[in-house]
Design a protein around this ligand. Structure first.
Ligand code: NDP
Length: 333
């Protein structure tokens, strides 16, 4: 059954015409939504780096126009033709191309495929889910990847790069919750206390990371969660200890990777790629269950700021400038 299905809804739309690409707040009928089996009343979305790129009109994220950005959302099901969910069920959606190839979370309604949806873990709220959001979900997948490759708290220091950002902040908190000795690398020394409050044992400046001068640097990290890419990732790989693992999540500092094969063939280092968008459903559910256990709302309160949808265009500029601390939840509904 569809509740108030005829009501128009508010959306942040990216439009493109002769004047260029711009963000516009529009009121739309439900018929403007894409075809799919499930209608969701969106309560919260979040701001991720990719959303910053999309809303700032940068190429590469939105595949067509007009489009509603917002790569994640949490809300309640209004109707579901597949029968997978009942009206009123609380659900989370991250990835699968929402807010890129199909309309996303910066609108009061979303019509999406039911197989993309994860049930909200018992005892948690839609606002909590979006304070985790795509960035926190990605951090969880990265921690799971390190563990899958044998990185344990007993193995020594684990490095998190881009630590004051969304992926980085939640990675620090998740690793600390799992008992790891976390070193947080940041370009913002003023965030040192914040990172310590999340559980980082050591804070180092971006510029203090062992630079890539040789194919193999002094062994230091048992594991690495990197959201920066470029020479930061290359330097981290070269400083990873024998049989350590590096989870590559992002490219906030660059998409190149100037490394060599030596860390892999002489130290058995594993480079694990993290793709939250197409993560298979069983792993998705496992990640969300663990997030609910290890990162409850009270542990995320210092990491999270809440903003209305109207703030998104300004916030997009801030996240691209590396000025956003932790996670930004967007109140949509
Ligand atoms: P944020 O902007 O919140 O965090 C990125 C952080 O990287 C910044 O806070 C900053 O940390 C650091 N940083 C930014 N610019 C530079 C630079 N030029 N050189 C070195 N460090 C820099 O973004 P998110 O956490 O949302 O995303 C981080 C990355 O992960 C992005 O590239 C994003 O696209 C990617 N991502 C990938 C996903 C996947 O599925 N693989 C899913 C989600 C995100 P500090 O100030 O502490 O130095």
């Amino acid at each position: 059954m569809t509740q108030d299905a005829s009501e128009p809804f508010r959306a942040l739309r990216m439009v493109k015409d002769e004047a260029g690409i711009r963000a516009e707040f529009q009121t739309l009928p439900l018929s403007a939504l894409p075809d799919a089996d499930t209608l969701v009343r969106v309560q919260y979305s979040s701001l991720n780096y990719k959303d910053g790129l999309a809303v700032a009109g940068k190429p590469g994220v939105l595949r067509s126009y007009p489009m509603t950005p917002g790569i994640d959302l949490a809300g309640t099901v209004m109707s579901c033709e597949s029968g997978r969910f009942e009206p009123g069920d609380a659900v989370i959606l991250t990835g699968w191309g929402v807010g890129e190839r199909t309309d996303g979370g910066y609108a009061e309604r979303a019509r999406v495929r039911s197989e993309w949806l994860v049930a909200l873990p018992p005892g948690s709220t839609a606002q909590w889910a979006m304070s985790v959001g795509t960035a926190g979900f990605t951090a969880m997948l990265a921690v799971m990847a390190l563990e899958d490759h044998g990185v344990t708290p007993e193995g020594g220091e684990v490095l998190v790069t881009g630590a004051a950002g969304g992926v980085g902040s939640t990675a620090v908190a998740l690793l600390a919750a799992a008992g790891f000795n976390v070193t947080a690398s940041t370009g913002r020394p003023a965030e040192a206390d914040y990172l310590r409050s999340l559980g980082a044992a050591t804070i180092i400046g971006r510029e203090d990371l062992p630079a890539l001068k040789r194919p193999l640097e002094k062994e230091r990290w048992a594991g690495v969660i990197d959201s920066v890419g470029g020479s930061t990732l290359a330097g981290a790989i070269a400083s990873t200890r024998t049989h350590g693992a590096v989870a590559a999540c992002g490219l906030a500092g660059g998409s190149d990777l100037p490394t060599s094969v030596f860390p892999f063939i002489l130290r058995g280092v594993t480079l694990a790629g993290i793709d939250s968008v197409t993560c298979p459903m069983p792993r998705r559910r496992a990640a969300w269950d663990r997030l609910a256990r290890d990162l409850p709302a009270e542990r995320l309160s210092d990491v999270t700021q809440l903003h209305p949808l109207a703030d998104v265009p300004a916030l997009a500029q801030q996240i691209l400038a590396g000025q956003v601390r932790g996670r930004v939840v967007i109140e949509v509904g």
